[in-house]
Write a protein that binds this ligand. Sequence first.
Ligand code: HEC
Ligand code: HEC
Length: 360
Amino acid sequence: MSDHNDQNDNSTGHEWDGIRELKNPPPTWWAWGFYIGLSFVTAYYIIYPSTPLNNKIQEVVNGVTGMEVLVDGHTKGIMALVNSNPYYQGDTWTQAEIDALKAKGHTELTIKAGDLKYQDGWTAVNEMRDDVAEIELIRAASMKKLETMSVDEIIADDQMRQFTLGRSKVLFGDNCAACHASGGQGNLNAAHPEYSFPNLTDDDWLFGGWTAKIMETITSGREAAMPAKGGNEDLTDADVDSLAKFVIAMADGSAAVNDDGALTKGSFAGANALFQETCAGCHGANAKGSLVNGDFDTGAVNLTDGIWRFGGDMATVRDTIANGRVAKMPAFGGRLDEVSLKILTVRVHQLGGGMDGEPQ
Ligand code: HEC
Ligand code: HEC
């Protein structure tokens, strides 16, 4: 039932089955928001391209990039008038430019000499295309520079270094991250030590962190081999055990040898004798690895720094010594061009621990 009641109770006077219809106005802040929103939409509508009135798809060629684009017809907005870019002010195609585009393979072009380059006026898409074209120009110039610069020159030049690092992300992701992880931090695989890959972000190098050596590693690859029992068939299981304990002790600092191979800490006289006889040839009398001892090619790791290539638990170290390890860093020389190899060298060097100067 609808009834008319007392007019002064803030209701419209309508009541249905005891439910009254009230006259509450919206809050003032809400009303303001509404009007401001309305003015914004109106202003936006006038300034920017908006209503798709003529929805015929039209083919347009971008004046800067020469890319073909399909655009909808729509109201153009007055942005074209305030934007300073000459293209939006009515720049037109010349026959020569159209011929050049056709020579590049744009054979289906529908534009004629005298057509506006940006038939669309200002749009965010056109503006982005211009920005992209500008970046492309800068990029192309920098890529050209990379061809003639050496890796060290690139690293010394702030702007070129930044540019190169920017370019290196995708290259590293595509070619190296599968093994060395996306940040280059490597992978210590406890379950499968043979699938462990070295960390490229630290200053612990197998073959050297000078740009020349990094370039050599990436270009030609590396294949370091630790022979089973260090190549000494006569080592017994007990010898392997005591060598493993000795190696772990050197890594955690409870044993040490000096450059002459004399034990200076810990009670490992027997193990050190075996080490000097069988292992020192590659790892050095001081066990600091081949690189520290001036050999760039063997890749025999530093056993004293506590950084493990395959793992430092007793089982893994024992397995490494008893059965040996072979690791292969693939060669990218034939697969990537010279500039890409430089870019990757810069990246690896800049990941951390890059060494200055020449190998020594
Ligand atoms: C299939 C796995 C794999 C891929 C892919 C790979 N690497 Fe390696 N990389 C290795 C292994 C394994 C080693 C250690 C080699 C050894 O011990 O003989 C290594 C070693 C290196 C080293 C030497 C580090 C040192 O301490 O001296 C550098 C530098 C390096 N890789 C860079 C790269 C770059 C850059 C890429 C991408 C272009 C790449 N690697 C791709 C597996 C890989
Ligand atoms: C012919 C050279 C050579 C000899 C001899 C040799 N090593 Fe190695 N060793 C290597 C190389 C190279 C590596 C790194 C293997 C790789 O990257 O594939 C290595 C790795 C190791 C590792 C792994 C360390 C880690 O960080 O995971 C241990 C442990 C080790 N060697 C101990 C020994 C011991 C003990 C002996 C003596 C019984 C010995 N090596 C003899 C070349 C040698």
